[in-house]
Design a protein around this ligand. Structure first.
Ligand code: HEM
Ligand SMILES: *[C@@H]1O[C@H](CO)[C@@H](O)[C@H](O)[C@H]1NC(C)=O
Ligand SMILES: *[C@@H]1O[C@H](CO)[C@@H](O)[C@H](O)[C@H]1NC(C)=O
Length: 256
């Protein structure tokens, strides 16, 4: 249920972004939930219905939409880099008025989705103080030299046989149906079973670590706080004086 709520607001934001592109004089501040209440009554329910349908057809859509919202809304911060440390990302998020707690909350989205091996190559040789050796072995197996496949962000969603081979103690947690958005990211982080260097560094910062524990302990709290933080993300204004731009590749500036 939470997933559809989150994705629903992603779609509202996507709708808003499309509208903004079409009406270049529109101000970002005008766009809000309920914007279409007169012009197109019930549009939110229509969007919600389509998102539910898309998710039933392909659960991957959820992760793709949530990441799309992040990248569409969090513009001009350069994109956050998965090899950065927590201090650097706290700075990046602070520039957009997001607190350490909100950074920790939003990063919990890494309980779903996939990542290319190139996004965490450095992790493959990090010491066991930073990554659980069995998981490091699993990632090394999934990411052979000279190729760049994708792996699941959450080991829970990995192939059963691969988990059985490298982390037999973990097999009971492997899910047949992948991409459940929940607080498992915090359990994985505490166990150093996460793909990104940045995710691991949450443990090295006192306040961030406190929140990692907080959300590992209470999944309901995370569901609620994630919905709030994602909504806040969707409301970020465009940088002053910017008309925005539609990019084919979200991390490459479009040159005219
Ligand atoms: C805080 C700093 C963050 C960093 C450094 C980061 C980095 C990344 C990277 C490198 C990937 C994999 C891309 C690839 O290799 O294909 C990824 C995937 C993803 N990220 Fe983040 N991310 C951050 C925050 C967020 C936030 C705030 C959200 C949403 C609220 C988010 C949602 C996702 C999702 C859902 C995926 C999976 C996408 C898919 O499967 O299609 N991330 N992230
Ligand atoms: C910054 O974030 C806080 C807490 O989420 C919010 O109440 C406030 O309105 C935000 N300020 C700006 C300038 O966006
Ligand atoms: C977990 O968070 C929920 C939602 O905020 C709250 O109602 C509940 O009391 C919390 N549970 C515990 C055990 O703290």
């Amino acid at each position: 249920m939470r997933l559809s709520a989150a994705v629903f607001c992603a779609l509202v934001a996507v709708q808003a972004a499309v509208l903004l592109a079409a009406v270049s004089s529109a101000q970002a501040g005008e766009l809000e939930v309920g914007y279409y209440s007169k012009k197109c009554r019930g549009v939110e329910n229509i969007v919600k219905w389509h998102v539910s349908r898309a998710l039933k057809a392909n659960r991957r859509t959820g992760a793709a939409l949530i990441r799309l919202l992040f990248h569409d809304c969090f513009v001009r911060a350069e994109l956050p880099d998965s090899t950065h440390d927590v201090e650097k990302l706290i700075e990046t998020f602070a520039k957009k008025n997001f607190t350490v707690e909100e950074l920790v909350i939003l990063t919990g989205a890494h309980s779903i989705g996939k990542t290319h091996c190139s996004s965490f190559r450095g992790r493959l040789s990090e010491p066991s103080s930073q990554i659980t050796p069995a998981y490091r072995d699993l990632l090394n197996y999934k990411c052979p030299q000279g190729s760049n496949p994708v792996v699941d962000n959450n080991v829970r969603d990995e192939d059963y046989n691969v988990v059985a081979r490298f982390m037999p103690g973990f097999t009971s947690r492997v899910r047949k149906i992948p991409d459940f958005l929940d607080n498992s990211f915090y359990h994985n982080t505490l166990a150093k079973i996460v793909t990104f260097h940045f995710d691991w560094t949450l443990l090295t910062h006192k306040e961030a670590l406190g929140h990692v524990h907080e959300y590992a302990d209470n999944g309901t709290l995370w569901d609620e706080d994630f919905a709030d933080s994602l909504l806040k993300l969707s409301k970020l204004p465009m940088p002053a004086g910017s008309k925005g731009q539609i990019r084919k590749k979200c991390n490459v500036i479009k040159l005219y």
